[in-house]
Design a protein around this ligand. Sequence first.
Ligand code: GLU
Length: 311
Amino acid sequence: MLLDIHRQLIDNGQGQVADYIPALASVDPSHFGLAIVATEGDIHSCGDADVPFTIQSVSKPFTLALVLEQFGEETYERVGTEPSGEAFNSIHLTADGKPFNPMINAGAIAMCGLMHDRYGDEAFDEIRRGYDRFAGSELGFDEDVYQSEISTAHSNRAIAHLMCHGNILSENVDGIVDLYTRQCSLTATATQLATMAATLANVGTNPVTHDSILSPVTVRDVLSLMFTCGMYDYAGKWAVEVGLPAKSGVSGDVLAVVNRQIGIGLYSPPLDDHGNSVRAIKSCIRLTEELGLHAFEFSNQGSSLLSVYLR
Ligand code: GLU
């Protein structure tokens, strides 16, 4: 199944690699990795599933998860839960001065603000350790991407200053933007991404290591926000066409969750006009159509028969 999808899409030359920083512009556009991890723990992958890439915005749901675990309802004093209808890096806040949701930059920076207030200089290690547990293995870090991003992070700094003005963030704007930029510069493979997704699918317990990380309430909130806000300005159409909680990043990665069944991780750098990976979106559409994975598909009965089809 995965091999068929890979074969069908490998020659698709549509889309453009992100080029706002040289370190991303120089990635190999032919890389294409797909991986699925089932909640029973079995791993299926093909193509460049072991090639690392910076996770970028796919970090957002995971820092949200760590924040929700530690801060509970207090989290929502710093961030809203509404789709913004605007670009991911929009500087626009809600009428009460909050970021619209945690899946856009403003919201993700606000989440980093909570972690930074609690852990100070240790915040990045705390976040990184959390991600490693979701993945069941250590993520890497791309120093080149980090350096390029931090030296050009003007709009993220502007958003952060605005939130500092509105008391959503504490004074330490530079430290908080640095933390956000570092989490975006962590690297993972499609297989690691699929395991992180499978931890969400498996209600917060990593199905490979059996490490119990998140409470069911945190997972419910994270998946809800991924479902409504996770795919940039394509979120609504994605909900109709694919129907899965998901998050994509500017490096060309996509993570999707089939609740209680599987985690999906994909990587292919060329992006469409919405900033989503062309091959990853097409792969998800095919997977959901053929396996009936859409959350509201009448044939999606949470069957473990899925494993049979994936082989
Ligand atoms: N590092 C990127 C930024 O904050 C992440 C963008 C993304 O993946 O959407 O601009």
